[in-house]
Design a protein around this ligand. Structure first.
Ligand code: GSH
Length: 203
């Protein structure tokens, strides 16, 4: 498998899961501005959507969208603790979490990265995002991970919450989220994924 990534973007979540599961993979860095890949291709020919993450499978299929990639990876190592088995009620709960993270945190963060959006408008998006953090803080008040034990939803949530300082949102305002980030940030797979991304050459 090849994971097309850009450092510290949402592609960090499948990267973490690949390492957590010990699956073999190759990392290919993408320049999100020029859309060139480190191995010399136009990324839009690999993922016509033009954004990371994209997972190129050994059979030539390309899978995109973080919730789909994360679940696919978990299913490659049946019986692992990162996702409940497909077809179970717990799996539906996982999908509920992944969709919440995708739309309410990841998607809702996009305007805050956009240099063309005026600060007054960003304030509105920031306030909405903070309401979602209030919800997550409550959900994580009496458990260490979204599904009880570390799983793919945590890899995704950790990744998108790591952007908060960029938006001038101080996670210390939500102590449960602050300790959640520290807990996940100390995992060997997370540390090695971040280090591996930082060690790649700019494209
Ligand atoms: N819906 C997509 C969103 C992916 C996404 O937002 N990717 C960002 C990085 S976090 C990106 O590559 N943006 C560059 C662009 O849109 O040109 C998913 O869940 O994977």
């Amino acid at each position: 498998m090849k994971l097309y990534f850009a450092p510290m973007t949402c592609s960090l979540s499948p990267h973490i899961v690949l390492r957590e599961l010990g699956l073999p993979f190759e990392l290919i860095r993408v320049n999100n501005q020029t859309k060139r890949t480190a191995d010399g291709h136009d990324f839009r020919h690999i993922n016509p959507k033009g954004y990371v993450a994209a997972l190129l499978l050994d059979n030539g299929e390309v899978l995109t969208e973080a919730p789909a990639i994360l679940q696919f990876l978990a299913d490659q190592a049946p019986g692992n603790a990162l996702a409940p088995s497909a077809g179970t009620w717990e799996r539906v709960r996982l999908q509920e979490h992944l969709n919440f993270i995708s739309s309410e945190i990841h998607g809702a963060s996009a305007p805050l990265f956009d240099a063309q959006i005026p600060e007054t408008v960003k304030t509105i998006f920031r306030q909405k995002l903070c309401k979602r953090l209030d919800y997550l803080s409550g959900a994580l008040a009496d458990q260490d991970y979204l599904m009880g034990s570390f799983g793919v939803a945590d890899a995704y949530l950790f990744t998108v919450l790591s952007w908060l300082p960029t938006f001038n949102i101080d996670i210390a305002d939500w102590p449960a989220l602050d300790s959640y980030m520290q807990r996940i940030g100390a995992r060997p797979a997370v540390l090695s994924a971040i280090a591996a991304e930082a060690a790649t050459q700019p494209v």
